[in-house]
Structure formats: C-alpha cells, structure tokens
Write a protein that binds this ligand. Structure first.
Ligand code: TYC
Length: 114
C-alpha cells in the first residue's frame, strides 16, 4: 500500500523543516503619528503686530485668524497656533524663537503632546 498523497498547505515544501517558522502579522502595519500642539505664550513686551506677523508667516494664518489667535493669547496667556507631527512642530518652535530673538522680542513658543 502506498501512503495517500499529500496536497494543500500540509504538503512539506523545499526549505521547510527544523529551524523554520512562519510568522503571521497580527497588527496592521501602519501607525498614526503622535500629534503636538504648538502654543504661543503671552508676555508684556512683544508687540501685537509682531505676533500677528508670526502667525501669518509661520502658521499660514490669514490676517483675521492671526488677530483672533493673538488676542486669545493676550487675554488668556496661551493659545494654539497649530497641530503637527513631532518634527514639524519642533521646526515651527525653532523658527519662531529664532525670529523673535532676531527682532529682540521675548515671545515664547512651545510644543506639547496632544
Ligand atoms: N501682550 C502683548 C502686548 O500687550 C501682546 C502679545 C500677544 C504678546 C500674544 C505675546 O504671544 C503673545 N503687547
């Protein structure tokens, strides 16, 4: 008697054998990146017009939205300029801080994880 011929997934294949395994992926391979808020902080010295310019130049806000955010920071002490992935947020903070220092204003820009 001959053994029944194997077919399908149980059939041994070239390269199978001791020391080999099949790893099945259980997680989807994509992960959403963490997001970070970029915030402006109020101070008593930075001119309002300079803050509006920063919001237009680095955060692509129109004049009206820039004014709204600047006044929110002026009245509440802190306000959101935008939400970005880590490296983009870090770049915005550096650009704003460098620009403020270049113009000798004490404006502070920070990021926080959402
Ligand atoms: N408080 C500032 C003033 O009265 C204006 C200001 C607004 C400064 C927002 C910083 O992030 C800021 N000139």
């Amino acid at each position: 008697m001959r053994p029944a011929k194997m077919a399908g997934p149980d059939k041994p294949r070239r390269g199978d054998g001791p020391g080999t395994a099949v790893i099945t992926r259980t997680k989807p391979q994509t992960k959403r990146p963490s997001l970070y808020r970029v915030l402006l902080l109020n101070d008593d010295y930075t001119p309002m017009e300079f803050v509006v310019h920063v919001l237009e130049r680095f955060f692509n806000k129109n004049r009206e939205e820039a004014n709204r955010i600047m006044l929110h920071v002026h009245h509440h002490g802190v306000g959101e300029c935008g939400v970005f992935t880590y490296e983009v947020a870090e770049t915005k903070v550096t650009q704003v801080m460098d620009f403020a220092r270049k113009h000798q204003h004490p404006l502070q820009c920070v990021m926080e994880k959402k």
